[in-house]
Design a binder for this molecule. Structure first.
Ligand SMILES: Cc1cc2nc3c(=O)[nH]c(=O)nc-3n(C[C@H](O)[C@H](O)[C@H](O)COP(=O)(O)OP(=O)(O)OC[C@H]3O[C@@H](n4cnc5c(N)ncnc54)[C@H](O)[C@@H]3O)c2cc1C
Length: 323
C-alpha cells in the first residue's frame, strides 16, 4: 500500500465555513485539503430552488472575494456561483464526493479514512454542518416515496393535497410557496402556534392565510400514520383522516452526533447536546480536533450561521499554525 498523503490540516466539509478554513490555511502556509461527501457547498445546493438568503450578500463573503448579487439579498443560484468563484480564486484543494468515515485519534498524527483513501494529518477541522440528517417522525408510512424531508420547488404539488409538517421557517415557506402555486395545503403543527423564530416579515402572511382559511392548520397535532392516499393525525378534537397526495415533513435537521462521538468528542449535558470546545480556539476536548460553523451549536441549529461563524476559520487556523 502506498504511503498515505500527509497534511497539516484536513477540513471535513466544503460548506462556506469549511472553505473559509481552507483559505485561512492557505494564507498561513499550511498544507491542507477540504473533503466533502457531496458537491461543493452541498447544503446550499440542497436548499429550495427559489430560496433567498436572509443575509445581505456582503455578510456571506469569505476570503475577501466580493459577492455582488442582483437584489440586496442573494438567492441560492447566486450563492452557488459565488462559492465556486471563491474556490477558483483561491485555487482551493477540494476533494468532492468523498465521505470521511472515521478520524482515528493520536495527539500528533491522526488517520483520516474516507470512502476513497486514507490520509495522515496533524489537525482536523469538523465543518460538517447539520443539514444531512432530518428529524424523522417515526410513524408508519414515513418511508413512502410521497413523503419528503427536503423541498425543492412548488411545481410538482400543483392541484395536489399536501400536508406540511412543522411550524418553523422552512415549513412556513413551503406552505406559502405551494399554496401560491395552487396546492391544497394543510399544516400539521405540534405546537400551539407558528413558531416565534419565523422571519418577522413572513409571519403575518402565514397567520393571515391560516385565519382566512386559505391554508388549513391543525395546532397541537401530530401525525399518526401515512398511507398512499391519506394522512391520519391526532388533534385536540380527536383523530382525523385527511385526503393526501404528498407529505412535506419540514421537521428540521440535526448534526451527525454518532460521527462526532466516534472520534471522541464530548457534549454538554444541555438540551442542545452542545459539543464541548474551547471558545477562544474552537478546539474540542480531543487535542487537535476543531469545530467550525453551524456544527458548533449541536441541536441549536440557528445559533451559528454563515454570517456569524465565518470568524471561526481565522481563530482555528491561528491556533493550529502556532502549535
Ligand atoms: C433555507 C436556509 C436559509 C439560510 N439562510 C442563511 C442566511 O441568509 N445567512 C446565513 O448566514 N446563513 C443562512 N443559513 C444557514 C447557512 O446556510 C448555514 O449556516 C451554512 O451552510 C453553514 O455552513 P457550514 O459550512 O458550517 O456547514 P454546511 O454548509 O452545512 O456544510 C457542511 C458540509 O459538510 C459535508 N459533510 C458532512 N459530513 C461529512 C462527512 N462525514 N464527510 C465529508 N463531508 C461531510 C456536507 O456535505 C456539507 O457540504 C440558511 C440555512 C437554510 C437551511
Amino acid at each position: 500500500m502506498k504511503n498515505p498523503d500527509k497534511f497539516d490540516v484536513i477540513i471535513i466539509g466544503a460548506g462556506p465555513i469549511g472553505l473559509a478554513c481552507g483559505i485561512e490555511a492557505k494564507k498561513a502556509g499550511l498544507s491542507y485539503v477540504i473533503i466533502d461527501k457531496g458537491c461543493l457547498v452541498h447544503s446550499i445546493y440542497s436548499y429550495p430552488l427559489n430560496m433567498t438568503f436572509f443575509s445581505t450578500s456582503d455578510k456571506l463573503e469569505i476570503g475577501d472575494v466580493p459577492f455582488i448579487s442582483h437584489g440586496n439579498k442573494p438567492n441560492r443560484f447566486e450563492a452557488l456561483e459565488y462559492y465556486r468563484r471563491v474556490c477558483a480564486s483561491w485555487d482551493l484543494q477540494v476533494k468532492l464526493y468523498e465521505r470521511v468515515e472515521s478520524v482515528e485519534p493520536g495527539d500528533d498524527e491522526k488517520i483520516v479514512k474516507t470512502t476513497k483513501g486514507t490520509y495522515v494529518t496533524r489537525a482536523v477541522i469538523l465543518a460538517t454542518g447539520f443539514y444531512d440528517l432530518p428529524f424523522m417522525m417515526n410513524v408508519e408510512g414515513e418511508d413512502l416515496p410521497k413523503v419528503k424531508h427536503y423541498y425543492d420547488e412548488p411545481h410538482p404539488y400543483y392541484k395536489q393535497d399536501i400536508a406540511v409538517i412543522g411550524a418553523a421557517n422552512s415549513a412556513v415557506d413551503v406552505a406559502l410557496e405551494t399554496w401560491r402555486r395552487d396546492a391544497n395545503v394543510t399544516m400539521v403543527i405540534r405546537e400551539p402556534s407558528i413558531l416565534e423564530t419565523v422571519k418577522y416579515w413572513v409571519k403575518p402572511d402565514i397567520i393571515n392565510r391560516i385565519e382566512e382559511g386559505s391554508i388549513k392548520a391543525y395546532f397541537n397535532s401530530t401525525v399518526e400514520k401515512i398511507t398512499e392516499t391519506e394522512i391520519i393525525i391526532n388533534t385536540p378534537e380527536g383523530k382525523k383522516t385527511i385526503k393526501n397526495d404528498f407529505v412535506l415533513a419540514m421537521t428540521g435537521y440535526r448534526p451527525d452526533f454518532t460521527f462526532m462521538e466516534k472520534m471522541g468528542l464530548a457534549f454538554h449535558e444541555d438540551e442542545y447536546r452542545t459539543p464541548v470546545y474551547h471558545e477562544d480556539t474552537n478546539e474540542t476536548n480531543v487535542k487537535n480536533i476543531y469545530l467550525a460553523g453551524v456544527a458548533c451549536g449541536g441541536l441549536r441549529t440557528n445559533k451559528w450561521f454563515i454570517e456569524n461563524s465565518r470568524v471561526h476559520a481565522g481563530v482555528i487556523i491561528k491556533d493550529i499554525a502556532t502549535k
